[in-house]
Ligand binder design. Sequence first.
Ligand code: GUN
Length: 292
Amino acid sequence: MNLTIISGIEVSKKIKEEIAAQVKLNIAKGMKTPHLAAVLVGDDGASKTYVNAKVKACEAVGFKSTLVKLDENTTEEKLLEEIKKLNNDTDLDGFIVQLPLPKHINEQKVTQAISPLKDVDGFHPESLGKMLLDLPSFLPATPMGIIEMLKHYNIPTEGKHCVVIGRSHIVGSPMSVLMARNSYPGNCTVTLTHSRTKNLQEITLQADILIVAIGKPEFVTANMVKDGATVIDVGIHRIEDATKKNGFRLIGDVKFDEVAPKCAFISPVPGGVGPMTIASLLKNTLLASIHK
Ligand code: GUN
C-alpha cells in the first residue's frame, strides 16, 4: 500500500501563512488587528502547553493575544464574571476557555456564557445548531482542522464509509455531522461509535475513513483497520520516557507503527491533528474580527 503520512505541521503552516498575509492586507486597509484571548483555569500541565501554543501562534500570524490565568480554586461565579468581561471587551474578537475545567465548574454553563459572536471554539449551542443547519458559523476547531487536512490531501470522501470512534461534544459528535454534510469533504455514510458500541472491530474494519477520538492510548490496532484506509488520530497522551529531556513523549489513540503500513493516509501524533486545531482557531478568530 502506498502510504502518505499526513503532515499537520505542513498544512497548518500553509494556513498560518495565508492568515498572516490576510492580516497584513487588512491592517493596511485600516482594519483592526485580530485579538484572541485564552482563559486557563488551574495548573494542568497539558492544558498549559496547549494554551501557550495558541498564544504563540497568535504572535506568529500578527494577532494580538491575551492570556487570562485563573487559580485552580476559582469559583464558577468568578469565571462567569470573567467571561462577561471578555464578552463586553470591544477590542477582543474572540476567546476560548481551555477545557477540561476543574470538577467544581460546570462546563456547559461556561460554554453557554460565551457570546456566540466571540465563540471561536464553536462550542456554544448557537454555533453547533448553525453547523447542523449548514448555516455559516464558527466550526469547532478540531473537526474543522480535520476537514482542512482531508481537503489538502484531496482525500476522496463522497460515498465513503466514515467511522468515528468517540462521541464527545468537541470532536466526535461534530465530526460525524461534518462528514455527512452534502459538500466536499463530506457526503460520507457515517457511523458514530462509542463505549457502548457492540462489535466495534467489525465496524471499524468497514471504515474507508476512520477518525479516532476516544482518548485511550493506542486503542486502535492493526486488526481493526481495513487495507487502504485513511486513519485520523485525534488522541494525545503523555507517556513517561526517561530518554526525553522533558521526561515524556506523546502518543495517540492509534498504534501508529502497526497501523500505518495498512493505510493510504494516516495522521501521526504529534504533528497531525494538534497543529490543525490551532490553525482553525486562528482562522475563526480572523473571521470574527472581520465580521464584527
Ligand atoms: N481541550 C481540548 N481541546 C480543546 C479545544 O479545542 N478547545 C478548548 N477550549 N479546550 C480544549
